[in-house]
Structure formats: C-alpha cells, structure tokens
Design a protein around this ligand. Structure first.
Ligand code: BES
Ligand code: ZN
Length: 616
C-alpha cells in the first residue's frame, strides 16, 4: 500500500479510474440521492482496489456484464479527514458497478427546502466538491492525480431543471430500467420512470480531477450574456437581470485569457449564481463556474471573481495540482493570471489595488500561522491535515508573489512566453511543485542563480525579495489608514470615488483594535455597517467586534444569518470567540450558530465548528 495523496485512500499500485458512468435519482423529500456508478479502470485488475467514500451507504457491487456480486468491505471506523475506505475485490475486471445512496452527512451536498430558496416554492440542491468532498456523492479515487471522463443521468422532478459542469446532451422522459436503474436501492429503481419525473443527461468528455464534479438542481432560469456564456440562477427575474448586467464583460475577459494563456479548451463558459449559503466566492467548475450572489453589487469586484474562476480554466483545470500539498500551483498561478486579466480589462490601478489587498491578506495569514509555520510554505506537508481547516491566502498570494518575482527577473515578454509553453506542455495533466521547478530551470537557464527557488517553495514566511505592490491609489489609502491611528478620518472629498475595494483596503490597514468612539464616528460619517457590499460591511464589523464596540451585535447577527460565504463567516465568528473578557460575544456566536448552522453548507458548518473547538 503506497498512498499517492495524503487525502485519499487511492493506492499507487492500483490502476486509476478513467471513466465513470453515473445514474442518479434525486429524492427531495428525504434529501437523498440513490445512485449507480460504473467505474472503468485504465487496465484490468485483480485483487483489492481502494476507493474513497464519505457518509455513503454501499448497497452492492456487481460485475457490470453478468451482474454477479463482487465482494467488498468498508473500513470499520471512518478516518476523520479521509472518510471511509471502500475496498472491492476484483478478478481481472476493468470495470464494476456500485449501487449506493448518499446521506445527510454527505459533505458536498447542500439541500435547501422550499422556504430556504428565493421563490419559496421548490427545493434546491447543489454541490461543492473541492477539495475532498466528491467522495461523499459517489465512491471514487478522490485525488486530483486521477483524471476522469464521465457521463451522468440525473432523474429529477419535472418542474425542476439541472445544470452540471459538463455538456448538457438531453432533457427527456426517463426510460424504465436504463443505466442500471433496476438495481437502485429501496425500490427507487421502480420509481425511475414514474409520472412527474424527467431525465437530464450530461457528458464530460475531457478528463477532470474529481473535485471539479458539480451539479445544481432547482427551479433555474438563465440569460444569454455572450456567445459562449449564459448566466443561470434560481428563476427570479430581478436576480437574473442584475447578474446579466454584472457579467456582461465576460466574453472580453475570455478573449484576453486566450491571448495570454492559449485557446479556451472547454467550449462553454457559463456562470451559475447560487443561493447566499454558497460557501465560496467562486468555484471554477469547468464549463459552469459557481458563484456566490454576494458578488453582484454593480462594481468591479464581481468581474474580478469571474476573472479568477475563468483563469482556472488554464491554471487548475487544464494543469492541476497532483494533490493538495501543491495547491499553490492551482491558486498562485490563478491569482497571477486573474490580475493579468484584470489589468487589461479594468486597468493597472485596479489590478494593483487587488494585489495590495492580497499583500495585506498574506501578511495576516502568515501571522495567523505563527505557531504552525508549515502552512506559511508554498509546498506543505498535509498528512493528517484537513484542507478545509488550513485554507488561507498563503497559496494564493505567496504563489502570486513567487510568479511575480520570476516575471520581474526575466521580463514580462519572456515570462508570457514561458507561461504559454508551461500550459501547452502540461495541459490535462496533474503535476507537483518539482515538475514546475524542473520545467522552469530547463526553460530559463540559470534562474536558480538569480532567485532562491528552494527558499520560495520550501521556506517559511515571506522571502525578502517579495514585492509590496505600489501605486498612487494604494499608497494613498494605506497612508490614510495610518492617519486614522492619529485620529484623522478621511474627508468626504478623499473618498468620493471609492468603490468597495478601496474601503476594504482602508479598513484592513486600520489597527486591529481602536476606541469604540472612533468606530462609531467612522460609521456615522460613512455608514459602513450598512454597506450593501459584504466585503466592506464584514471588514467594518470585524473591527467593531475586536474593538469591543457592542452597538453592532445586531448587524453581526443579521449578517451571519444572511450569508454562508466562509470568507465572511470565518472572520466574524473568529472575532467573536477569540480572546478573553468576551462572554457576551461568545454567547452571541453560540446562539447564532445554534439558530442558523443548519442553513450553512456542511463544509461551512464544519469550519465554524472547528473555530469553536479552537477557542471555546
Ligand atoms: N478553487 C477556489 C475555491 C476553493 C478553494 C474551494 C479550496 C474549495 C477549496 C476558487 O477558485 C477561489 O479561489 N475562490 C475565491 C475567489 C477569489 C480569490 C476571487 C473565493 O471563493 O473567495
Ligand atoms: Zn481559485
């Protein structure tokens, strides 16, 4: 047994899965998916084969041709991070059929009851699989080292529709017995072709890591926003219209991405705006990016998130980190690529402002990990570590800094050529840090004499040759924040054309704790606690909590009940529960979570629980 990924039971001596054929029956009343999956291997295998599962019931494993049962076993107790090992015993099989069901503990799935949706009439379900949650929907070798093609038949109530990060091929009546459905557990096979059901069929012809598997099912609508882009969301005209306006510049960004990084290989670039409980800003699911509704606010930041997820089409989805220890290859490259796109479509000042917000975030997270320096490295050891628990700006912003350092060394023109060649060389492959460094050295001879590559990839903290971004706007905002410490608030004329990102940078550069009266004065003048922009509102509320200004507990509670994006939950819950002399804050945090935790995505629930475990 030789693992290839600290977060997976996949065994390096076993063949990898190359194709998965999924048949999924959605039972909304019980929030369960009853499924059948045919896994095909790269070559026939005899003996045990290890698969990842989490919170799944495995009913049967069958020979796909004869339907005779194959022996299997599940590990008796789940690993707290990896889940449950499923071992199936094969005899020269190159494929096998698994019959399974999901459960309430399936961590990738959030089921929303009708009252939890915008229109309040139909249920909704969606996935979030990165980093290691695909295994809670279907058994698989849940490591990005394994790239799979797949097909999927989704059987759903006729009044709903489905989207996937895959090509939509059909919406049609179900056919009794198709796709191994006669084996579905608890008699759901016989309901497959029942009245009122419909099948949505999809295929993903390009090999993708399992964490890019994604679907959403609900009462969906869409608007066309470009030749290869639609924006989808719950069918609410006001949401769809606002989203269509927000993302009208998408085609221009795709063209800029192609100019910089090579052809767009995924055919479509659709966007799906999820309900407010979506735990991330955006998720780069191929062909169909998932987005939080909080990015729709009519300024530059919505396009910035789209630029980031679009950039993953090259860095992350074409070239993928081999496992999460090399996550910076995904996010550092994407942050660099995102800022190159933003620079062209929104100008250099905006790109530098984003880099400045990132620089601040990097410094804060380096501080956050001062007792756990491993996670200030680009390449990290993650044996026994939950990727959701160590999510930070380090892979994004230190990775960005590393690439910027190389760009500054060799010049932009040479670096642009290098990146294009890197993408063309490794597309549809999963690679590690060493592979990147070897490629860098081979293509930029002597680079190791100019930049300490080992310090950058394996060292802790921020290397001395990292580069704090400078621009007039950035410097002005940081110096205004420094003046606040001396008691001067920015004048109205100084902030007249500030957007959310300017305020965000300003607030993040204020001291962590100030006088309650200063907080109130700032808010009286600029109404930051009521901002429609959650970046601004949360940065302000965080400051208010850490300054023990209790006037804002009502706003804090409201915010924690409105949105489930972890970028907001993490700092607010942490600010409430960390430190001493904060009984009132701790009680508030516990009560709000007890009242609302159920409405968060399971991944977000887990993150809040781990914040409580650390501080309470
Ligand atoms: N791939 C990430 C989101 C992610 C990371 C999900 C790790 C699960 C585990 C996505 O591309 C991302 O970075 N989103 C950011 C967007 C931002 C950097 C513009 C987010 O959600 O805040
Ligand atoms: Zn990303």
């Amino acid at each position: 047994m030789a693992p290839i990924d600290p977060h997976s039971f996949t065994d390096s001596s076993h063949p990898l899965t190359t194709h998965i054929a999924l048949t999924l029956f959605f039972d909304f009343p019980s929030s369960t998916i009853h499924g059948a999956a045919v896994l095909s291997l790269s070559c026939p295998h005899t003996g045990p084969l290890s698969l990842d599962t989490r919170a799944l019931s495995i009913h049967q494993i069958l020979d796909p041709d004869t339907h005779s049962p194959l022996p299997f076993s599940l590990s008796p107790t789940p690993d707290p991070i990896k889940g449950t090992l499923l071992s199936v015993s094969l005899s020269n099989h190159s494929s096998f059929l698994i019959i399974f069901s999901t459960s309430h503990a399936s961590s990738a799935l959030q089921w929303l009851s009708p009252p939890q949706t915008f229109n309040k009439t139909h249920p909704f379900v969606y996935t979030q699989c990165q980093s290691i949650h695909a295994r809670s929907i279907f058994p698989c070798q849940d490591t990005p080292a394994a790239r799979v093609r797949y097909s999927a038949l989704l059987n759903i109530p006729r009044e709903l529709s489905a989207v996937m990060a895959a090509k939509h091929v059909d919406r049609r009546p179900p056919i009794a017995g198709e796709g191994n459905t006669s084996f579905l557990s608890q008699g759901f096979g016989s309901l497959w072709a029942a009245e009122g059901r419909v099948v949505e069929a999809f295929v993903m012809d390009q090999p993708v890591p399992p964490y890019l598997f994604a679907f959403a099912v609900g009462e969906l609508g869409f608007r066309e926003v470009g030749p290869r882009t639609r924006v989808y969301s719950e069918a609410v005209d006001s949401v769809l219209d606002a989203a269509a306006r927000e993302f009208e510049g998408t085609e221009e960004m795709i063209r800029q991405g192609e100019r910089l990084f090579g052809d767009y290989e995924w055919e479509r670039f659709d966007l799906l705006v999820l309900p407010p409980s979506f735990p991330y800003g955006g998720m780069e699911n191929p062909r169909m990016v998932f987005l939080t509704p909080t990015v729709i606010k009519g300024d530059a930041s919505g396009a910035q998130v789209v630029a980031h997820e679009l950039a993953h089409s090259w860095t992350g989805n074409l070239i993928t980190n081999k496992n999460n220890e090399h996550f910076w290859l995904n996010e550092g490259f994407t942050t660099y690529a995102e800022r190159r796109i933003v620079e062209v479509v929104q100008g250099e000042d905006r790109a530098t402002l984003n880099a400045g917000i990132g620089w601040k975030g990097l410094n804060e997270d380096i501080e956050r990990f001062k007792d756990n320096l491993e996670f200030t490295k680009l390449k990290t050891k993650q044996e026994g570590v939950d990727p959701d628990a160590i999510y930070s700006q380090v892979p994004y912003e230190k990775g960005f800094q590393f690439l910027l350092r190389i760009e500054r060394q060799i010049g932009r023109a040479a670096f642009d050529e290098f990146i294009k060649k890197y993408i063309a060389t490794f597309k549809f492959k999963s690679i590690d840090t060493e592979t990147f460094i070897d490629f860098l050295k081979a293509n930029v001879p002597g680079i190791e004499n100019e930049i300490d590559l080992e310090l950058w990839t394996e060292g802790i903290g921020i290397p001395p040759d990292a580069y704090e971004p400078v621009s007039n706007l950035y410097t002005k905002i940081v110096s205004l924040a420094n003046e606040f410490k001396l008691g001067r608030m920015p004048r109205e004329d100084e902030v007249a054309d500030w957007q959310g990102q300017e305020w965000e940078l300003y607030l993040e550069n204020l001291p962590k704790s100030v006088e309650a009266s200063q907080i109130q004065a700032l808010d009286e003048r600029y109404r930051l606690s009521e901002s429609k922009d959650y970046e601004v509102k949360v940065a302000f509320l965080q400051l208010a909590i850490s300054s023990k200004c209790r006037d804002y507990h009502g706003e804090v509670e409201k915010t924690l009940k409105e949105v489930g994006r972890m970028k907001y939950l993490r700092p607010l819950y942490t600010a409430l529960v960390q430190g001493t002399g904060k009984e009132e804050e701790k009680i508030l945090a516990k009560r709000v979570f007890a009242e609302t935790g159920d409405c968060y995505h399971p991944i977000a629930q887990g993150v809040v629980e781990s914040i409580f475990a650390k501080h309470l």
